[in-house]
Ligand binder design. Structure first.
Ligand code: SF4
Length: 614
């Protein structure tokens, strides 16, 4: 079976012994890959076998899936509107989530009976560094109209999402994305997902190195399974592939069970942490000397998700682990991923992210293990630290005589609504000028390589479609992001994307009244504690806790270097702005020097903040 294929390759030459047992053996028998599997611990040139650990259901499913195929091949063909649970779990690795319309879950027919779930799929495109051609962007816009709900979403990880794709149209959607030379493979699932990188298109060696590394890492960590091609694409002769035939390929990094949990990477500069390095499983902070990146600080173990019912879960900032020279950073990254592969928790998915392994081991042990996998010691991190963040919105010079324009897309949703015709406006711009684009981590888009002579015409087209330029937008709105939540996300507890614009409208008014428009205050909102819009690191984090109620976090910062603290729990949505106003007034009068709102909240602490009169 497939499990034996991989395990035999990996471990036949390994020296194994049981904990508390000094007898060595050269044989690892995996007679039954179904129920229990011995955990392997590699440490200081030896492999130790711990007490047996029960694998989670998802681990067993992945292992027995014929490299992420499972029953997807048959289920794509049937007439059902949904996938089975197991197929839906595997489907994530192919870049799609099965969802249902949360707005209509309780809808009843004329007979008073529930109509049942209205299923569709979210299709996520993985785009390293957020780099998209005009043709690719237009292809996704076409798809959102042809096969999805008429809108296209820019994600908080520089990808695209289509929502509302029916199961029967899924193959057509994935094929069309691949025809545009993009992919959905590994956009979700227990693998390395989209590699983020600063999207600013400055024509300097440093910015081009970051973009190039994002492409290299994405390629290096791409799953090697052929399942994606067999299931969704046609063969080289344009023929359908026989999905019943399974020819295993080696997965040199992932093995048969892939990673214990999702894995996220990002690359940025200390002076512009626009991809939130400290929230990544692996953050690579570029160190520059003489106009070139010479290496990276390796930050590991960041992650936002938490489960309120599970005390053992928590959001975490990444730890500064070591320094990797530029020509070694892929090898060091591979070592980090492999340590997580071999030691991450595979019994309990709630605590399977890398952050829990590091919390369990501590940084010194984790670093020692990474060095072990890498094959030699690593230098300590460079002293550089994050000093700033830029949303890249507005007009900027690229450095080659051309301009780029960052266009804010509220919560990443590209749509036409009333006088705001962003979807049509972008179409006009992309068709007319054919410029490359970059997607940002704040769910917006950068139009690149613009001839300065075209600036006035582009401004005119934007105004014609109700699209606002940087100077027409408050910093508050520019730095606000939300996850999709209702009506598409199966995990959402309450609203986020649909609620945040109204909250920002009200907060904007208060901030204007206080004359604080030039203060950079970041608000991130999510519909559940899973934290897809990174709500635990900005000045203000709003995390859905119950229907219409939120946990309010304060004390983070736009630079993403500090976790906020819980200021209020179960806060009704209508109380969010009234709760913040007295604190903003206090900040205006009591702040010290250039401290940010988050700095102020952290310095004061919850008790002192609560003492300010409402
Ligand atoms: Fe869904 Fe929660 Fe992620 Fe929002 S944070 S998209 S509600 S899982």
């Amino acid at each position: 079976m497939q499990a034996d294929f991989r395990l035999s390759r990996t471990f036949t030459s390994a020296r194994l012994f049981k904990e508390n047992d000094s007898s060595y053996t050269r044989t690892l028998v995996v007679s039954d890959y179904g129920l229990r599997f011995p955990l392997i611990f590699v440490y200081r040139n030896r492999i130790q076998m711990s007490a047996e650990q029960k694998l989670s259901k998802v681990e067993l499913l992945k292992a027995a899936s014929h490299q992420l195929r499972g029953t997807l091949g048959e289920e794509i063909q049937n007439d059902k509107p949904e996938f089975s649970d197991d197929a839906a779990t595997l489907l994530k690795h192919h870049g799609s989530y099965l969802q249902d319309d949360r707005d209509t879950r309780k809808a009843k027919g004329t007979d008073g009976k529930l109509l049942g779930k209205h299923y569709s799929c979210m299709v996520r495109t993985r785009i390293p560094g957020g780099r998209v051609t005009a043709a690719q962007f237009l292809a996704e816009l076409d798809l959102c109209e042809k096969l999805a709900n008429g809108t296209l979403r820019i994600t908080s990880r520089q990808g695209f999402q289509l929502h509302g794709v029916l199961k029967g149209d899924l193959r057509e959607a994935i094929r069309a994305i691949n025809e545009s030379k993009l992919t959905t493979l590994a956009a979700c699932g227990d693998v390395n997902r989209n590699v983020m990188a600063c999207p600013a298109p400055y024509k300097t060696k440093v910015y081009e190195q970051m973009q190039a590394l994002s492409q290299e890492l994405a390629e290096h960590f791409k799953p090697r399974t052929r399942a994606y091609y067999d299931l969704w694409l046609k063969d080289e002769n344009g023929e359908e592939v026989d999905t019943t035939e399974f020819k295993p390929v080696e997965e040199p990094i992932y093995g048969v069970r892939y990673l214990p949990r999702k894995f996220k990477m990002g690359i940025a500069l200390p002076e512009d942490n626009c991809v939130d390095l400290y929230t990544q499983d692996l953050g690579l902070m570029a160190i520059v000397e003489d106009g070139s990146i010479v290496g990276y600080n390796v930050l590991a173990g960041g992650g936002m998700g938490r489960t309120p019912s599970a005390e053992k879960t928590f959001p975490a900032l990444a730890h500064r682990i070591a320094y990797a020279a530029a020509d070694q950073v892929v090898a060091v990254s591979e070592a980090v991923v492999k340590v997580q592969r071999d030691f991450g928790n595979r019994e309990d998915r709630k605590i399977a992210r890398l952050k829990y392994l590091i919390a369990d081991w501590g940084v010194p042990k984790f670093r020692a293990m990474v060095e072990q996998y890498y094959g030699k010691g690593l230098p300590d991190p460079h002293p550089a630290e994050v000093t700033g963040v830029d949303d890249h919105i507005g007009w900027h010079e690229q450095g080659d005589g051309k301009l780029f324009l960052g266009v804010n897309i509220e919560n990443g949703r590209i749509k036409d609504e009333g006088t705001l015709q962003i979807k049509t406006g972008l179409r006009v711009l992309l068709r007319r000028f054919g410029m490359e684009t970059r997607l940002t981590a704040l769910q917006s888009v950068i139009l690149c390589n613009i001839d300065p002579h075209d600036k006035a015409e582009i401004n005119r087209i934007m105004a014609e479609h109700g699209m606002k330029n940087a100077e027409e937008l408050s910093l508050l709105r520019r730095y606000a992001i939300a996850c999709p939540a209702f009506p598409t996300c199966g995990l959402s507890i309450t609203e986020a994307e649909r609620a945040l614009p109204g909250i920002i409208d009200d907060l904007d008014q208060e901030i204007a009244r206080l004359g604080m428009q030039s203060d950079k205050i970041a608000v991130h909102m999510t519909g559940c504690p899973n934290g897809c819009a990174r709500p635990y690191t900005p000045d203000i984090g709003l995390v859905g806790k119950a229907v219409g109620k939120y946990t309010m976090f304060l004390g983070g910062n736009p630079e993403g270097t500090r976790l906020g603290f819980i200021y209020k729990d179960m806060l009704p949505m209508e109380d969010i702005v009234p709760t913040l106003v007295p604190l903003l007034i206090a900040y205006k009068t009591d702040r010290k020097g250039p401290e940010s709102f988050g700095d102020f909240c952290t310095r004061k602490g919850q008790e002192a903040l609560e003492a300010y009169p409402a």
